[in-house]
Write a protein that binds this ligand. Structure first.
Ligand code: ADP
Ligand code: F6P
Length: 481
């Protein structure tokens, strides 16, 4: 039970999240290849190195046959991952339906899907039943792999029903639950037909990262400075701001292949300032708003038209959900229109890529960027903004950051904060960023870099797990009195 550097691990940890850090692609009856999954949850948890961790989750594919399941389990075991096999119908109802069509937009204050609200309302019950069933399947796998002394750390809105299922199996299991998205105000949460059941289930956990007001207003429970008390049982509730493994980025920038890539990019965009957006192609990321603000900037500042380029790298996500399909077409349409309007025979103002970049390519891109633009309409934290800052020690570029991203709380003093719905304001902030004097850029960057390198993923995980350990011990002391 040792880390690669020989030091002992702190504790055994079972991380349970809907998605595994790798997604599987079938190459044959019993052969699989594994690719990194995209998303903030994976990025943050990959930085957690002090624990002997195993990860339980869905590999992103339907594997109906036993041969395939066995082979995939074996391939995943090498990565310390344990699969939960979800069939197509469950994925459709639980993941595409309840998680991504209902909880996701609601938790980000976007309401229910605009065009098919009635259909969504009709499918609430069947999708919630599938959600509970999927959570139970996760609980079965956790229970089969749990050993006394381990800590079970459940993640995100996909698994709100999991703490209760786990405590039913074993009331002594140490269970924490962390939400990577915003938790909506009780006025929004109360729209959900399953509102109370979801909250009560989360309260079965020992430690929860936020959400007191919904419990007090919807369940009528009393919130205390420590958390929420329900029928004599206290669930500790606290905020645990997430971070990244900043060292991994800083180290990558020194690698010869990344330096080579940086050189190529500098040559490719010589004479132009580089603006960058990196997002999952998601409705919460404000990608259309960001691009429209860039258009407004070009409209208002003709002298910048051939001197700045926007690179928008948007990895497709949740592609079976109609709302996401609509977003993709909308973004393509806007980009095409703006490039038609402001492009020349030799250059276009926007390079939009529907794809994921590998880690080294991403680091190089962050390093050559003059201005990063994060326009989230709501976002739990937004780790892209942290990654950009970590890669900017040489350039000291400017971060334009939505005030609705969690990162606005931590990087607000160094970034230019904007309301992404206000396209005129964002366009003006692009001008401010591009024209910012070096001294001011340096000062702002310094503030943010200090935060990103001290509030890391490692620190986040250690604080959460040690708090969870303390919470369980305290609860045992209380009940033994
Ligand atoms: P979310 O969790 O909603 O996806 P975050 O900004 O917190 O948002 O995290 C996104 C993570 O996914 C980051 O680590 C980022 O590097 C990665 N990512 C997002 N888009 C891309 C992309 N196009 N190519 C490669 N990685 C990406
Ligand atoms: O919290 C953001 C999140 O939902 C994470 O759970 C996940 O890492 C990311 O978005 C990507 O989403 P998905 O797993 O649906 O592709």
């Amino acid at each position: 039970c040792e880390r690669q550097d020989g030091r002992p691990f702190r504790q055994r940890l079972l991380v349970v999240a809907n998605r595994l850090p790798v997604s599987a692609v079938r190459r044959g009856e019993d052969s699989w290849s594994l690719e990194m999954s995209a998303g903030g949850l994976v990025t943050a948890l990959l930085g957690v190195k002090e624990f002997e961790a195993r990860w339980i989750g869905w590999a992103g594919v339907n594997v109906p046959d036993e041969i395939g399941q066995k082979a995939l389990s074996k391939a995943l075991a090498e990565k310390r991952c344990i699969p939960v096999f979800l069939d197509e119908e469950i994925v459709h109802q639980y993941y595409n339906g309840y998680c991504n069509n209902i909880l996701w937009p609601l938790f980000h204050y976007l309401g229910l899907p605009q065009e098919d609200r009635l259909a969504t309302t009709r499918s609430f019950q069947s999708q919630f039943a599938a959600y509970k069933k999927a959570n139970q399947m996760f609980a079965d796998v956790v229970n089969a792999h749990y050993e006394e002394g381990a800590v079970v750390w459940c993640h995100d809105y996909h698994l709100m029903y999991l703490p209760e299922c786990l405590k039913k199996y074993n009331s002594k299991m140490k269970v924490g639950w962390f939400l990577h998205t915003p938790f909506p105000s009780s006025e929004i949460h109360r729209m959900l037909p399953s509102r109370s059941e979801l909250l009560r289930s989360v309260l079965a956990a020992d430690l929860v990262g936020h959400f007191v007001s919904a419990c007090t207003r919807i369940l009528g429970l009393e919130g205390t400075p420590e958390g929420v008390e329900d029928q004599g049982r206290l669930t500790r509730v606290a905020a645990f701001p997430i971070g990244i493994d900043s060292e991994r980025f800083i180290h990558a920038l020194k690698l010869p292949q990344v330096q080579e890539h940086i050189k190529e990019l500098k040559e490719r965009f010589a004479g132009r300032k580089v603006m960058l957006g990196v997002d999952r192609l998601d409705m919460i990321k404000g990608i259309p708003q960001k691009i429209l603000a860039f258009e407004k900037f070009l409209e208002d500042n003709p002298s910048w038209r051939d001197k700045v380029v926007l690179l928008q790298i948007a990895v497709p996500t949740r592609t079976d959900v109609p709302e996401y399909q609509k977003l993709t077409s909308q973004v393509h349409e806007i980009v095409g229109r703006i490039n038609g309007r402001f492009g020349t025979l030799t250059a276009v103002p926007i390079h939009h890529l529907d794809r994921s970049l590998d880690f080294h390519a991403l680091c190089a891109l962050y390093a050559v960027t003059d201005v990063a633009l994060v326009a989230s309409l709501r976002d739990g934290m937004n780790l892209v903004s942290y990654e950009f800052v970590a890669c900017q020690e040489a350039k000291k570029g400017v971060l334009i950051l939505s005030e609705f991203a969690g990162a606005a709380q931590s990087l607000g003093a160094g970034a230019i904060l904007v309301n992404p719905w206000n396209i005129t304001e964002v366009a003006a902030s692009i001008g401010q960023a591009l024209n910012m004097p070096a001294e001011e850029r340096e000062k702002r960057h310094h503030h943010n870099f200090k935060h990103v390198t001290t509030h890391t993923a490692q620190e986040w995980a250690e604080t959460f797990v040690s708090e969870l350990n303390d919470t369980v011990v305290e609860a045992q002391l209380r009940t033994s009195k």
